[in-house]
Write a protein that binds this ligand. Structure first.
Ligand SMILES: Cc1cc2nc3c(=O)[nH]c(=O)nc-3n(C[C@H](O)[C@H](O)[C@H](O)COP(=O)(O)OP(=O)(O)OC[C@H]3O[C@@H](n4cnc5c(N)ncnc54)[C@H](O)[C@@H]3O)c2cc1C
Length: 445
């Protein structure tokens, strides 16, 4: 059965972009059809248009981040998040320019900044803009401000609801532009859709997940401070996935927790009865994995992602480039390909610190026996007698191993951000077509 992931992806992607553009400019069309009474001149109208588009773009962020499978499967989480960041910042600028322009063109409107004397519609605008500013500042500078991920995520949700809610309240309060009943209906509908998406993500989806729990079957130590967490579905069949995809994992008694973390499945995508993750102990949550007792309840929201060999059934072969824990989606792809008796060539270029810290080293060696697989280990701190590759994965190293006809392969990169950037650039310099390079970033925020 072909999933949505593989059905005419370009047409589906274009459909979503078209829908996005249509919704963002809809308020402007309405203004064109029903121009505001009186009219305040070009700059006033322009400023109002900016405010409307900014608000529509902000409301649409709830759709982009709602993990809607159909949208996610067209682009992948990486592109969606980049789009979320870019469009949020654009909306932010529009929302800021909107009042500044008004204050310049109609200086008397500056009185609306007097919070205590201003009407409610202006107060809502001030509060909404403040919420937006705090949200943008805490997101861009989260790490320098030392805000831990979970409190940030919680505050990001609350601030976004406040910003959009107050923005809509402001728009509805400005009678000039929204006096017509059906214009009010349009904005109210947008607000309700955004609200529904929050309810869906925070309540309905977790409730659906609670009906399909998993149990921790085993936690096994791997090389490189990594732990394999094996889950077994409890009272249901689990799910198959495209190797390379990931899920959001929640451990504990309830799926309603805000503590959910994304992890790529490291096991065979065709085996729904046991799902494994290779988790590197790096932070608050991942350091606790080793102590999770078997029998602990777990919940999975997934599978997600487009980082998978399954999208390229017609390709001649694959080049997988991994750094450290970036090996997990690659292991899943290789294990699945081996069991499917895939006879295409696979090249794995795998960067690790030392020989002893190579995560899944033995599992990969075993796969060399079952697949047309060549593994090139690249060590940053090689042992004395090491004759293999060392240092970094750069253009010269890639050129030594890459197939002669570079355009006949699909290239998958998953590693630390810096390595991913360098490898992407090196592949570009080696004339690998950009459409054949696929990346999975592990650092979402
Ligand atoms: C698509 C994808 C697949 C991934 N696959 C793997 C994998 O197979 N193995 C693996 O070890 N790691 C994987 N990660 C990374 C993993 O999600 C983070 O290392 C983990 O969430 C960090 O949590 P922590 O509390 O231990 O670390 P912390 O020290 O609290 O956080 C370290 C950093 O990780 C990020 N982070 C923390 N919590 C979350 C969260 N809930 N959601 C998203 N990011 C968060 C933040 O940028 C944070 O600053 C993947 C990430 C993504 C996006």
């Amino acid at each position: 059965m072909k999933s949505l992931l593989m059905r005419s992806p370009i047409a589906i992607a274009l459909f979503w972009i078209g829908t996005y553009l249509l919704i963002t400019v809809l308020p402007l069309f309405i203004l064109l059809i029903y121009p505001p009474p009186g009219g305040g001149g070009f700059w006033v109208e322009f400023s109002v248009a900016l405010g409307f588009i900014g608000l529509a773009m902000m409301a649409l962020q709830f759709v982009i981040t709602a993990r809607i499978n159909r949208i996610e499967a067209s682009y992948g989480v990486d592109i969606l998040l980049q789009f979320h960041r870019f469009t949020s910042l654009t909306a932010f600028l529009m929302v800021l320019i909107h009042p500044i322009m008004l204050f310049i063109v109609q200086p008397e409107t500056q009185q609306l900044l007097n919070f205590f004397e201003a009407p409610w519609r202006a107060r809502m605008a001030i509060l909404g803009t403040l919420a937006f500013i705090v949200m943008v500042v805490t997101t861009i500078w989260r790490k320098p401000l030392r805000i831990p991920y979970e409190p940030w995520r919680m505050s990001h949700t609350i601030l976004s609801v406040l910003a959009v809610g107050l923005g809509l309240g402001h728009a509805l309060g400005v009678a000039n532009y929204l006096s017509l009943f059906w214009k009010k209906m349009l904005w109210t509908a947008m607000a309700l859709i955004a609200l529904w998406l929050i309810i869906y993500v925070r309540l309905i989806k977790p409730w659906m997940m609670s009906k399909k729990p998993y149990l921790v079957e085993a936690v096994t130590q791997q090389r490189g401070n990594v732990w394999t967490l094996a889950l077994r579905p409890w009272g249901h069949d689990g799910f198959c996935f495209h190797p390379g995809q990931f899920s959001w994992l929640t451990l504990g008694i309830t799926p309603f927790s805000m503590r959910e973390h994304p992890f790529s499945m490291s096991s065979n995508g065709d085996h729904s009865g046991r799902i494994e993750f290779g988790i590197k102990a790096l932070g608050d949550f991942t350091r606790t994995i080793k102590d999770i007792p078997p029998g602990t309840k777990a919940y999975l929201d997934g599978p997600y992602g487009v980082f998978t060999i399954d999208r390229y059934e017609d390709t001649a072969g694959f080049v997988l480039i991994a750094g450290g824990i970036g090996i997990t989606p690659m292991l899943s792809m290789l294990a699945t390909a081996a069991e499917r008796k895939d006879d295409r060539p696979y090249l794995l270029i795998y960067a690790s610190k030392t020989w002893d810290s190579i995560t899944f080293r033995e599992e990969l060696e075993a796969l060399e026996e079952k697949l047309d697989l060549k593994i090139v280990h690249v060590l940053r701190e090689p042992p004395e007698a090491w004759k293999g590759e060392q240092g970094y994965v750069d253009k010269a190293l890639l050129a030594r191993y890459m197939p002669k006809y570079k355009g006949t392969r699909q290239y998958f990169i998953c590693a630390a951000p810096k390595m991913m950037e360098q490898v992407e650039q090196a592949l570009h310099n080696l004339n690998v077509p950009v459409t054949q390079v696929h990346m999975e970033h592990f650092n979402l925020a």
